[in-house]
Ligand binder design. Structure first.
Ligand code: PHE
Length: 346
């Protein structure tokens, strides 16, 4: 190499630098910066191979070419480093922004489940009776003919059987048509004094605005020494005023059930018309809410109680009907259609 060679190299270095300065204006990512790094100061670049061959130059040229090449390399390197840093931090920020959790955003609401109105009213009724010293009992929904009818003084040829549209499973098993079989089951296993209520599902072949094939009843049974109709009236009047309000009137009408004697149907005064008569109460001013009576002494034969020693009363009520009267609901089927617009109101 001679002097001409060295000025060639210096010229070429200036061109490289000019070309680099143009290219670096166009980069827009760390990756593009890296490509320029390979191209201008990578192992195969003009600058690096020049540095590698400085030793081959004549001795008097080496310092000038070496210095100039190093200076250009360092300048390029500095710009590349600075650009690389800039794009890397930009990309990092961008990544953070993408992953950022905004703690001020409102949370997703979990829809909380709640008690069905029928369950809530059962609990309310249970509390009232437990407060009077009653215990809670249970019985099976699949019953035998014996407990559902026969032991309740309703023999096979009894006209009252046709009142119930019963779902039979076999000739002798059925879905209970009322909660009264719990009376017999409980008396079989326990001795007086008995003070129980027994809530549960019952089944009848019915479906219209005031009947569903499954509905809910609460049975009540008291058996003790010296129980009379006055006790029955006191307990039911107290219950009705607690569940419907103190201002409601209660009336007992003579009725018939095979398993109570005497029997009564119990009405509460209509609160829509305050007793003066309207469409809801059929103009009578009264709404029927339960059946009751003194336990027919005949039943004691089935459970080995002595009718000379003990007496009792029983009552049974439909929970849906109580809900309807309490909340002004006019179609019983609403309870079981599971329409959240209805269910959520309570
Ligand atoms: N079991 C009766 C019915 O379903 C209600 C009732 C219960 C009546 C207890 C008297 C005593 O209609």
């Amino acid at each position: 190499m001679n002097t001409a060679d060295s000025s060639e190299i210096i010229k070429k270095l200036a061109e490289e630098k000019g070309s680099f300065n143009r290219d670096i204006q166009k980069v827009s990512s760390a990756e593009e910066v890296y490509k320029l790094k390979v191209r201008y100061i990578g192992a195969k670049s003009f600058i690096i191979s020049t540095l590698g061959s400085v030793g081959n130059l004549p001795a008097q040229l080496r310092p000038a070419v070496g210095r100039e090449t190093n200076t250009v390399k360092k300048e390029i390197e500095a710009v590349l480093n600075q650009k690389e840093k800039y794009f890397k931090s930009l990309e990092f920020d961008h990544g953070l922004r993408k992953e950022k959790i905004d703690l001020s955003l409102p949370g997703k609401n979990m829809a909380a489940g709640k008690k069905h109105i029928i369950s809530a009213v059962i609990e309310e009724i249970e509390e009232i009776f437990v407060g009077m010293g009653f215990e809670i009992a249970e019985g099976p929904e699949v019953e035998t003919d014996y407990y559902n009818f026969e032991a309740l003084n309703t023999p096979a040829d009894h006209p009252a059987r046709s009142l119930h549209d019963t779902f039979f499973i076999t000739e002798n098993t059925l879905l209970r048509t009322h909660t009264s079989p719990v009376q017999i089951r409980y008396m079989e296993k326990n001795k007086p004094p008995i003070y129980i209520i027994a809530p549960g599902k019952v089944y009848r072949k019915d479906y219209d605005i005031s009947h569903t094939p499954m509905f809910t009843q609460i049975e009540g049974l008291v058996v003790d020494r010296g129980i009379n109709f006055g006790n029955l009236k006191w307990v039911l009047e107290k219950f009705i005023r607690e569940i419907f309000g103190k201002e409601r009137k209660v009336r007992f009408r003579p009725h018939y059930f095979p398993f109570t004697e005497p029997s009564a149907e119990v009405d509460v005064s209509c609160d829509i018309c305050s007793g003066s008569g309207c469409r809801t109460c059929g103009g009578s001013g009264w709404l029927e809410i339960l059946g009751a009576g003194m336990v027919d002494p005949n039943l004691y034969r089935y459970v080995n109680y002595d009718p000379e020693e003990v007496a009792g009363f029983a009552f049974g009520m439909g929970i849906e009907r109580i809900c309807m009267l309490k909340y002004g609901i006019n179609d019983i089927r609403l309870f079981y259609e599971n329409d959240l617009r209805f269910i959520d109101q309570f």
